[in-house]
Design a protein around this ligand. Sequence first.
Ligand SMILES: NC(=O)c1ccc[n+]([C@@H]2O[C@H](COP(=O)([O-])OP(=O)(O)OC[C@H]3O[C@@H](n4cnc5c(N)ncnc54)[C@H](OP(=O)(O)O)[C@@H]3O)[C@@H](O)[C@H]2O)c1
Length: 261
Amino acid sequence: MKKYGLIGYPLGHSFSKDYFTEKFKREGLTDCVYEVYSIPNLSDFEELIKENPDLCGLNVTIPHKIGVMYYLDKIDDAAKAIDAVNCIKIVKENPAESYFSGELSSMKVKLIGYNTDAYGFEKSLTPLLQKYHQEALVFGTGGASRAVTYILDKLDIDFQLVSRKSGRKQIKYEDLNKEIIEDHLLIINTTPLGMAPNINDCPDIPYEYLTSKHLLYDLVYNPEETEFLKRGKDHGATIKNGMEMLLLQAEKAWEIWNEKP
Ligand SMILES: NC(=O)c1ccc[n+]([C@@H]2O[C@H](COP(=O)([O-])OP(=O)(O)OC[C@H]3O[C@@H](n4cnc5c(N)ncnc54)[C@H](OP(=O)(O)O)[C@@H]3O)[C@@H](O)[C@H]2O)c1
């Protein structure tokens, strides 16, 4: 049996579990299962790996995307630059030997970290970009924001972070005015504002200055059309929710788990 799973805490309903369980069924992968491992403390991580010798890959979610890096043998360059891991490939170094000796505990396990959020964001954003999308506003400064800004850097798009707290690299929502909104034609929400059940929430910005040249991208995928996107659409902006990014990052994880080392 090949086991895959998700670590995080607290874990309620999991998109990943539904996605992979459905995928395994659809593709007839009867030897694959996907489990949810709710671990409040990463000190339990090594035990989890030891107790589940069939594990081949893990997705990582809040609050472990940064802390888990400490337990990994290798981190790929993009994840290192982003400073967050949301996908772990588990490689057994001597499976045949350990199997025949019957000592699974002696099997060497190598853990390699990746960030598939960045991949999902890039792939879903680029088809929508126009030449004039040269400057972006990024709302929020958490883990997803770092994956987003890594890709903006890669695409050579200048960005300004917007946060609830001011800092050297970020401005506050109340600093946003007509000029800033008009100068930044790509606006990305990486905060959880507007996510179900709080569907009436949205970033506090002067929406009246949005135009048909604006592209609004919301990482939130539930509901399909957040209040942020609705307000953008009302001003003629192009809108995009986080569903395609979510699907792309999940498929990328599958590819990573199954590619030969
Ligand atoms: N579509 C996808 O594939 C995908 C992938 C990853 C994440 N996401 C979504 O992206 C969102 C953020 O995820 P994350 O992992 O980056 O979470 P996170 O690390 O907790 O960061 C979220 C950031 O949003 C800001 N924020 C939090 N609460 C806020 C509030 N009440 N008002 C205004 N700003 C607030 C904070 O930035 P400041 O402190 O700077 O204000 C915080 O750092 C979640 O909704 C998640 O579901 C989607």
